[in-house]
Design a protein around this ligand. Structure first.
Ligand code: SF4
Length: 209
């Protein structure tokens, strides 16, 4: 489930249609909110998600924790029905304890300087500490070069953001492959986890329905 709205504005964001209404991202395109956002009651969202009949559901964005209070009834209903829930977050919002109590896990992607977001916006110590303290949280950093890995190491040392996953930045299979090859040896040497972007390898920058 992809939610609209984000409190950051990463220049390379691959989902600018969730928040970029002025064209400040790399694409330069200004998206139109009423074309992209579709408000609906949570009960309707619940029925649509249940119809997929899958055990694991991922809530992404945008920044889902910006709407965490309104998400609670939906996520409680889904976990009560036996679904596992993971929330993807940029790590700038302290999660409400009710989310973890409902069994929600977090995949957190703090942003580096190449995102173009100011440091005080993209690194919020109390939010990172709260997320790192929850069982099952994973931290995923989007990187291009080995210099980015030094920046990751500094964040990990300061904020305790482990376990670390490194994902290559890229909106095309070529970009992802190039960055993955540039990062691989260093990531292994540092003892971190390396991942690729399966959806980009399969579908490039094409949007789903
Ligand atoms: S935090 Fe995520 S959704 Fe928000 S602008 Fe950055 S990459 Fe895009």
């Amino acid at each position: 489930m992809r939610l609209g709205g984000c409190n950051l504005s990463c220049r390379w964001c691959d989902t600018p249609y969730t928040w970029d209404w002025t064209g400040i991202g790399d694409t330069g395109r200004a998206y139109v909110p009423h074309e992209e956002l579709h408000p609906m009651p949570w009960q309707e969202v619940y029925e649509r998600l249940r119809a997929y009949d899958v055990p694991l559901m991922v809530v992404s964005g945008g920044e889902p924790l910006s709407q965490q209070t309104r998400l609670l009834p939906l996520l409680r209903a889904l976990t009560a029905a036996g679904h596992r829930i993971e929330i993807e977050s940029n790590g700038t919002v302290v999660p409400r304890p009710e989310l973890a109590a409902a069994g929600v896990r977090f995949n957190v992607s703090p942003k580096l300087s190449h995102s173009g977001d100011r440091e005080e916006r993209r690194l919020v110590p109390e939010a990172l500490a709260a997320l790192a303290a929850l069982p099952g949280t994973a931290f995923k950093f989007v990187c291009r070069t080995t210099a980015d890995l030094d920046e990751v190491a500094a964040i990990v040392a300061r904020h305790g953001t482990t376990p670390v996953w490194i994902m290559p930045e890229g909106r095309t299979p070529d970009e992802v492959s190039r960055h993955l090859a540039a990062l691989g040896d260093d990531v292994i040497a540092r003892g971190w986890n390396l991942t690729t972007r399966m959806h980009v390898a399969l579908w490039g920058d094409r949007r789903g329905v």
